[in-house]
Ligand binder design. Sequence first.
Ligand code: 5GP
Length: 125
Amino acid sequence: MSSTSAQPTIFSRIIAREIPATIVAETENIIAFLDIAPKAPVHVVVTTKDQQYRNVVELAAGNPALLAELVAVAEQIAVERTNGQFRLVFNTGAAAGQTVFHVHAHVMGSPEPADVLGEDSLGAL
Ligand code: 5GP
């Protein structure tokens, strides 16, 4: 699927500023914003500005450097916003909970040193 022929995803519409979101990080190729339905005290969506890749498997095969860049931005967000321990989740496929078919990671954690994430932040995405 190419970004020129496909309908814009909800994330592309956020990138285009057509839909409001709280953007927390942005580089030339990557953008990150607060999830609209957080499943953890810190829950940030990190995605590519290009919607060409539908999931992390496609991105890893098609542009591994861009995947590495996405992970680096995710780590930066986790360092800034969590106690340093966090989940980095790529739902892959509808049966695994993926609802937006524009590759993205969920960064989930807590700023509180003693907090332990519950299973909800894995299972309810
Ligand atoms: P998925 O279910 O595909 O792994 O993750 C999609 C995520 O995008 C969900 O956690 C959902 O809450 C979030 N999301 C969907 N629509 C919007 C939106 O319009 N704004 C923001 N900020 N997050 C959204």
